[in-house]
Design a protein around this ligand. Structure first.
Ligand SMILES: NC(=O)c1ccc[n+]([C@@H]2O[C@H](COP(=O)([O-])OP(=O)(O)OC[C@H]3O[C@@H](n4cnc5c(N)ncnc54)[C@H](O)[C@@H]3O)[C@@H](O)[C@H]2O)c1
Length: 347
């Protein structure tokens, strides 16, 4: 039995709890929250932008904490799952690793390159297992797109485009997600999903040029980026300035030598393959979402003592650094080289 403690029971904490409750051989033994009432619920209404049906749950045997240090001191679990606002990820992850626990931390890994590098050093020093919720690497639609591209059956990718459009987040503790200093705003918090998928599919670009809609506090509400690769043109855009009646959508579009692939969660089918000289076909997708598959993968890795490595601390840190380079490109209004080792990016 793998035992889990979750800290932060907002949108993501409840989403993760819902996943763990479905898994055999996993028990959620402790919950921690700044707001005591957030650990006292009998039905799981997740909220957020990815809807899940409400269901009744029994947490009467689960330990509840408002004091993180006490949770760490009491222990009795294998994994701490950190679903806190992003500005707390580094501090809480490092404390958990030092206390001897494996850590699953929500995305973005941290707020700065300095923080990601301190977290990586703490992972190494602790010898514990660590991963980050870059869930697109496990989301069936994106997994199928990667499989189609990697198969080589349709030739090389000539053009790739990623998009993520949303109304402003209407949930959240203390409005943290729309506070650039605590979340990085949409260009960091939300856009990092597509940044991470770009890196997963195509590796590091040599440079990036971004423009964006700047909020009153200087953080960025919507970003549009073009990435430099030697033999591929790639672009990505995203933000949460859309009207509330629009809601949320994630899209991607790929032009290969012998096919076009379209991914759009507002369409049915979500992934379509248009082969050159052939007919449009719906791409079959596995059941479940990225949250489910990433946690199944992490739990299995902890049980084995070795993670699959589809997301690593290094890959998540690289996504943070590329997103920060894009934000810097908006601010400086010029193309910037992407130097993932330099570790100088700040929000
Ligand atoms: N993977 C995804 O698709 C996805 C989607 C949304 C959010 N996220 C990420 O998940 C994280 C959490 O986002 P969310 O939308 O769940 O936020 P949220 O505001 O809904 O939940 C955060 C919770 O943390 C609690 N909290 C705040 N400070 C605390 C502290 N010091 N100690 C204990 N509890 C504390 C709050 O009371 C709140 O319940 C963020 O890093 C966000 O970027 C990921």
């Amino acid at each position: 039995m793998i035992k889990v403690a979750i800290i932060g029971l907002g949108f993501m904490g409840k989403t993760h709890l819902g996943v763990y409750l479905k898994l055999k051989d996993v028990e959620v033994v402790a919950l921690a929250e700044a707001v005591r009432e957030n650990t006292e619920f009998t039905s799981l209404d997740v909220g957020g932008n990815i809807k899940a049906p409400s269901r009744s749950i029994d947490l009467s045997r689960t330990r509840k904490y408002t004091d993180y240090e006490k949770l760490l001191a009491d222990g009795g679990f294998d994994i701490i799952d950190i679903c806190l606002p992003t500005f707390l990820h580094a501090e809480y992850t490092i404390k958990a690793l030092k206390a001897g626990f494996n850590v699953f931390c929500e995305k973005p890994m941290a707020m700065s390159a300095e923080e990601t590098d301190r977290m990586l050093a703490a992972v190494q020093a602790s010898g514990k297992l660590f991963s980050v919720g870059q869930c697109l690497r496990f989301w069936p639609a994106y997994v199928e797109v990667k499989r189609l591209i990697d198969s080589g059956s349709y030739g090389k990718v000539k053009y790739a485009e990623f998009a993520r459009f949303s109304a402003p987040p209407a949930w959240g503790w203390d409005n943290w997600s729309v506070d650039g200093k605590r979340s990085g705003n949409a260009a960091f918090d939300m856009h990092i999903h597509d940044v991470d998928m770009l890196l997963f599919l195509f590796g590091k670009p040599t440079a990036v040029r971004s423009r964006g809609v700047v909020d009153q506090d200087g953080s960025i509400l919507h970003i549009a980026s073009v990435y430099s690769y030697p033999d591929l043109t790639a672009a990505s855009t995203g933000g949460w300035l859309c009207s509330d009646s629009f809601g949320f959508d994630m899209r991607a579009f790929f032009v290969l030598e012998k096919a076009t692939i379209e991914l759009d969660f507002a369409k049915d089918p979500v992934v379509s393959l248009y082969p050159m000289g052939g007919k449009k076909t719906a791409v079959a997708l596995a059941e479940g979402d990225g949250y489910y598959h990433e946690l199944v993968d992490f739990v299995a890795g902890v049980a084995k003592g070795k993670l699959s490595g589809r997301v690593t601390g290094q890959s998540a840190a690289e996504s943070v650094k590329l997103a920060l380079t894009e934000i810097e490109s908006v601010r400086k209004d010029k193309e910037l080289p992407f130097v993932s080792e330099s570790g100088t990016g700040i929000l």
